[in-house]
Design a protein around this ligand. Structure first.
Ligand SMILES: C[S@@+](CC[C@H](N)C(=O)[O-])C[C@H]1O[C@@H](n2cnc3c(N)ncnc32)[C@H](O)[C@@H]1O
Length: 344
């Protein structure tokens, strides 16, 4: 019975995810944040949406305990603590970004069933535009909270180089949040973001312009195994090394492109290679996305590897050593990520 209840709850969460995603896309959580109690009419007016739909959405939100309802006044409130998780994407507590990836993942079910049967892949591009946008939204708050504050200082000698003026390649940069975050803090340095997904590169360029760092950041379409440039003090792979069909070729290219005492920063999910150790929400989240995204996207690249997002540090370390990067150190870890400092 306990198991049955758990699966019913999972199914309810899977249904509820769509209305959470709608709440983000339609600005409903943002409109409720800090607004105090609102009627469905008031929320509809604030968001320019149809009241009947807003009322139904609110009922779903109350059932999920995201929003509280006062039957006496027939008003709804998004408590500040909930707004920090669902409404304000500038806070490290914001975790709602992942919901905007759901459409891409559920929408790929047909392609995934074929891939599971044939051994083929589903390419990053085949998931549709929501994937890149959702992935960027999912990772951004984490990077904002710790990249500059904790991860870069944990890398040997890197922060001082960035302060003096260093050259950085951010490989598989996606929408460029990591690149722009670093560029904002280290104006003496130059940052070059590369990704093989053209729409992501375009979004990254826009982000850099909006952030006012266009003078020190460039973004180019390039595959991880042949990104241009050389003499980089730092080459970074944020949550993407395991997604590559040929992570070895990407690390070989990084090794070639590094300055004499340059370093690679590799950010990977903090999830165990031992399935039984991932029975917790973060492990579940990573293991589940690996089965429907990370593995099939890597399979689509027809490389020598399709690692999934939990290959374990030994597998990655062996690939790095083969690429000529023999020094391997766990620099720091958070609940969600492990950050490796890798050198020749
Ligand atoms: C999970 S996303 C991470 C994006 C970004 N680094 C971030 O942390 O938000 C993986 C990224 O790897 C990129 N990618 C996958 N295979 C690639 C390849 N072979 N060459 C270059 N980029 C690749 C995808 O386009 C995507 O942007």
């Amino acid at each position: 019975m306990e198991f049955l209840e758990r699966v019913v709850a999972d199914n309810a969460a899977a249904f509820a995810g769509v209305s959470t995603s709608l709440g983000i896309r339609l600005g409903l959580y943002e409109a409720m944040a800090g607004a105090g109690p609102l009627t469905s009419d008031e929320l509809a007016q604030k968001t320019g949406l149809v009241e009947r739909y807003v009322r139904e959405w609110l009922a779903a939100q109350v059932a999920s305990a995201h929003v509280l309802h006062d039957p006496e006044t027939n008003t709804y409130v998004l408590p500040d603590e909930h707004a920090a998780v669902l409404a304000d994407s500038s806070l490290p507590t914001y975790v709602a970004g992942g919901f905007t990836m759901l459409k891409a993942l559920y929408g790929a079910e047909e392609a995934l069933t074929s891939a599971y049967r044939s051994g083929g892949g589903v390419s990053w591009q085949d998931y549709g535009p929501e994937l890149a946008e959702g992935a960027a939204a999912f990772f951004k708050p984490g990077y904002e909270a710790v990249l500059v504050q904790e991860w870069l200082p944990a890398m040997e000698g890197v922060e001082a180089k960035l302060r003096r003026g260093a050259s950085v390649a951010d490989v598989g940069c996606g929408f460029g949040h990591s690149t722009v975050l670093m560029a904002k803090v280290f104006p003496q340095s130059r940052f070059h973001g590369f990704d093989f997904h053209e729409p992501s590169v375009e979004a990254a360029r826009k982000l850099a312009e909006e952030a006012g760092v266009g003078d020190r950041v460039t973004f180019e379409v390039a595959a991880a195994h042949d990104f241009p440039g050389g003499d980089y003090d730092l080459v970074t792979f944020f949550d993407c090394l395991h997604d590559l069909g040929d992570p070895g070729a990407a690390l070989r290219r990084a090794e070639e492109a590094l300055a004499a005492d340059g370093s690679c920063l590799v950010v990977e999910p903090n999830v165990s290679a031992e399935p039984g150790e991932n029975i917790h929400p973060i492990g579940r989240s990573f293991a589940s996305t690996s089965a429907v995204l990370c593995l099939p996207a890597a399979m689509a690249q027809n490389g020598p590897h399709a690692l999934g997002n939990h290959p374990g540090p030994d597998a990655l370390r062996a690939i790095a050593a083969e690429a000529g990067l023999h020094s391997w150190r766990l620099a720091v870890e958070t609940l969600t990520n492990r950050i490796y400092d890798i050198k020749r």
